[in-house]
Ligand binder design. Structure first.
Ligand SMILES: [Zn+2]
Length: 420
């Protein structure tokens, strides 16, 4: 059985050299799917976007966009960059280095958060650079909460969170909801390759300190073929062992933002079906491909989502509902869906203390089970960003992750296309 190829067809992309918008085509070859396009001036380009055409991936391909799709979908998660400084120099990072002089002030950031919250976008990601480079980060978090943002996510490499527990406590006290922790693997070898430093101990310390401050942590590995694509199962095992502090894993296959002298090779890309196959194979079937559904908030081929609960002794139970491609159509449904996801990434102190006093959670004891779902919820998600070689406008139009600088809103993938 093979996926339904009627969804291949034509779309639009950009020329990776001049960034002009040009027609593109999704082409199946040898079981893989490529995005191919030609710029009149700069020639032809091809990049692999999907490896494997098994029928089990059909639900990622059965979506058909509405004819009247707007160029920009509703913002349900807004990313705000608070700095471009960083204490790491990662070979794989798309954020540029910068200095403090160009950073928005807390008052300016408050205005940005207020605009977002007033427009109904109350889920904000604080990003960078490395946001913890700013000493006033707790004030920034407090400003977001004061402006009406209900969920405040911090994207961080975690180094300072582990090193300075009082800083982490200040973030929790200011109203931080949870942390998305850059976490590429369970070996120092991986960090040396991707981040230029052996920092596994620092990552573990960050998780411990977040745990003490009741901050949920979601591990965010950047997957790079030949570096850490063999650690998918070990990362998930590590996450399960650290439940309920660790709320899940959010995989990001590497993308090639910025301008490159030569196009990235297809061998340097890992596509969503490969991540799914890696999950099933490397966890010995504890998590299965059929446990996952396409992203509901974004274009289905931008990612996947699986909901689980960690039962006592590390046993896993799947919670994923039946996939409904229209679950996130209206702006309202969008927000509800985001709120649901945000709750899964946030720790519930009440549920955790109840889970300790009640008998071992078990599906036969409904109330204990529901408490366990709250206290030990676990998600495995993935989001594959598009770069100038893989950009598909059909996907871009449904992107719900927007970068907001107070004046303009732009889709995440479009923002980082050129690294400018
Ligand atoms: Zn061109």
């Amino acid at each position: 059985m093979r996926i339904d190829k009627t969804r291949l067809g034509k779309t639009q992309s950009v020329c990776p050299v001049c960034l002009a918008r040009i027609p593109a085509e999704r082409v199946a070859r040898g079981g893989d799917i490529f995005l191919e396009k030609t710029c009149a001036e700069h020639g032809s380009f091809s990049a692999v976007v999907w490896r494997g055409d098994d029928a089990q991936f059909d639900k990622w391909w059965s979506y058909s966009p509405p004819d009247n799709a707007p160029e920009l979908a509703a913002t349900c998660c807004a990313l705000v960059e608070v700095t471009s400084r960083c204490d790491l120099r990662c070979p794989v990072c798309f954020a540029g280095a910068g200095d403090a002089s160009t950073e928005p002030t807390v008052a300016e950031l408050y205005e940005i958060f207020k605009k977002l919250a007033d427009a109904g976008s109350t889920f904000v990601q604080i990003s960078g650079g490395e946001p913890t480079a700013r000493d006033d980060l707790p004030e920034i978090v407090a400003a977001a909460r004061r402006a009406g943002c209900e969920t405040v996510q911090l994207n961080s490499n975690g180094l300072r969170l582990g090193r300075e527990p009082e800083f982490t406590r200040a973030l929790a006290d200011a109203g931080l909801s949870f942390v998305f922790l850059q976490f590429d693997g369970v070996t120092d070898k991986t960090y040396e390759k991707l981040r230029g430093k052996p920092i596994l101990t620092e990552k573990t310390e960050a998780i411990r300190v977040c745990g003490e401050n009741f901050l949920g942590v979601t591990l965010v590995p950047t997957l790079v073929p030949g570096v850490n694509d063999g650690e998918i199962g070990d990362i998930i095992d590590f996450a399960v062992k650290h439940s309920p502090v660790v709320r899940g894993v959010h995989f990001q296959p590497i993308s090639y933002f910025g301008r490159y002298p030569t196009p990235p090779r297809d061998e340097d890309r890992i596509t969503l079906p490969e991540v799914l196959r890696g999950i099933e194979a490397q966890t010995a079937g504890k998590f299965k491909i059929k446990d996952f559904n396409p992203s509901a908030c974004d274009h289905p081929r931008c990612g996947f989502h699986g909901d689980f609960v960690v039962l006592p002794r590390g046993k896993i139970m799947k919670l994923t509902k039946k996939y409904n491609p229209d679950a996130c159509c209206g702006a309202d449904a969008h927000l509800k869906n985001r709120a649901f996801v945000a709750r899964r990434w946030t720790r519930s102190p009440d549920a955790e203390s109840a889970a300790q006093t009640e008998p071992a959670a078990d599906a036969r004891d409904m109330s204990a089970f529901l408490t366990r779902v709250k206290s030990h919820g676990f998600t495995i998600t993935a989001m594959t960003f598009q770069d100038a070689w893989t950009l598909d406008y059909e996907r871009l139009r449904r992107c719900s992750l927007h970068v907001f600088d107070g004046a303009s809103t732009v889709q995440f993938c479009a923002r980082y296309l050129t690294n400018a």
